[in-house]
Write a protein that binds this ligand. Sequence first.
Ligand SMILES: [Zn+2]
Length: 473
Amino acid sequence: MTIAKQPVSLLKEVDQFDSAKAGSQLHRFATDLYPICRSITGDGLRQTLTRIQQRLPLQISEVPSGTAVFDWTVPKEWNIRDAYIKDPSGKKVVDFQRSNLHVLNYSTPVRATLPLSELKQHLFTLPDHPDWIPYRTSYYKEAWGFCLSHNQMLALAEGNYEVCIDSSLEDGHLTYGECYLPGHSSDEVLISTHACHPSLANDNLSGLTVATALAELLARRDLRYSYRFLFIPGTIGAITWLARNRDNVGRIRHGLVLTGIGDAGGFHYKKSRRGDAEIDQAAAHVLRHQDASSQVLDFSPYGYDERQYCSPGFNLPVGCLMRSVWGTFPEYHTSADNLEFVHPRQLASSLRACAAILDVLENNCRYKNLYPYGEPQLGKRNLYRSSGGEAIGAETNARLWVLNFSDGAHSLLDIAERSGLPFSTVNDAAALLFESGLLAEASDEEIAPTRDSGAAQVEPAPVRRQRGATSGD
Ligand SMILES: [Zn+2]
């Protein structure tokens, strides 16, 4: 006798958690990482990866400065210990120890005394938000500078100022972290998040914390796909990883960049460059059912690391999941993107959305109805349930949809889309029908290329989980 395996349902597991507790755990991890001065290289990035490594099997790679990666070169490594500006009376008026945003990220070292007019050429402020500190970087052009609130700058009196940036910019390494979770297939799902921003909560820490929790959720599970989580510096990290893994990226069947998923805004999913990848269909489906205010955006070549994964030479099926879109909210790249700007509830619901999307990928199979001539008699199998005054129960409805469209050509996701039912309902129906002997998994030959008009073209996945197979586990 074969024993049906439970299909992977991360969503059900997430829904068993106390979501307030899960949200506060996510927020606590963001709080732990918040003070670290991260950059695209250096000890802040390493320290962040080490913290993630305490929770995940994270392989940390170090790539030497000067390494050519496609059209780029791995830059010198930047580290910083301290920085300040002292006013003419010797009082510290800008202090890196109070906020790491005060230093232009990647500033070259400097020790000087200079008049206010000269100092001002190295100061960055936000006149429109005079109490906020901007976040500025100068990775690829050597420069030094300070960022401060506009009001702080207005308060500076004429005179000579002592500036100190105790940093180093020397040959070293670019660091990134990679967590690989093997599944039945060597085909991979890529989850990528940038880890290079200093004390900014939504822009980088929300993605880091949700990705870490997602990897914990997947670890030690019986998975259809293998999963690769990348915690990398933005742009140069993705380019470096791609350059070092050029020959293996064909394994990536689906991918998601996670970023900016802790604020109070509704979800935005930016499609892959392909626009019709299975991840695009899955993410749009899940968000439509989870958040009525969610929006799906077409691909554009500006944004986060999907730019690199979707560069024309790779054109990988990688989309980007966000809440508020970068650059569209005033807190973006300022000190107001802080721990109050991200909410435990939103972090928890972002984790839930990711779990639901991965559930679709894990379970999106094509089946064949073994009784396609007329409807099979569900009643004699105790599968035709109607309750209350309803003529047809929601579960029965889902079973009829699955039976009718399980012709090898339609995936469960196609059926969910066509029926308007959530994928989880359709998937549960398919599991029951399979156990009842009414469905078989479609063979590759049966997976016909004919599609519904409007349905996304989805390549058949090469390995399906053996639902119903006996197994040793
Ligand atoms: Zn950013």
